[in-house]
Design a protein around this ligand. Sequence first.
Ligand code: HPA
Length: 235
Amino acid sequence: MSTPHIAAERGAFAPTVLLPGDPLRAEHIAATLLDDAVEVTRVRGMAGFTGRWRGQPVSVMGTGMGIPSASIYATELVREYGATRLVRIGTCGAVAADLQLGDIVLAQGACTDSGVNRTRFRGMDFAAIAGFDLLSTVATAARMRGERFAVGNLFSADLFYHPDPALLDTLDAMGVLGIDMEAAGLYGIAAQHRVQALAVCAVSDQLREGGHWSPAQRQYGVDAMVRLVLDALAG
Ligand code: HPA
């Protein structure tokens, strides 16, 4: 079978799907972390794999950047491939001054300037929230490991290069921890389809204080975070 954007057999995906933005990161996770990973789709280069972690089936698939791209893959995975736990594995820019590069942000909720959830919700403001079980499971694992992590709001921006210089002040004033480009869309899809979603983002940019991860730091930091998530979900 196939959907417009995924060419995989029915049942090719596990109920739990990790969703990095970068398909090369999906490939890297499959190759270096999962056992017996097999490629199940690569339409438009958006690679997806299914393997096992501690014996349990898990899939990983790239989503591309931004809510429109991520929404396509998340929707097809849920509707057509039976995904019930969507876990975004990504990076974010930190708004909160006390967040350091490499800290993990668990997006309890996600604000956005995207219209997708208003489209779903008759123009009203939908509170886009993480699945509680996923959030509490990963938060507990992070606490037990002594990780530096924070739980709170992300802002999922439509524009990476945002034209409003006052945006950061506004986000900070409302206690928003960081900026990504997907979480709010993922949470809207999860609500619509009654599945669980969580965005787990490593701080790769400190937008208030300055500072960015090097490419090597990006790789290592996200690997460690993915291991944490996989261990947490495996129970
Ligand atoms: N903005 C939006 N998304 C991001 C950023 C950022 O600064 N850093 C990592 N993802």
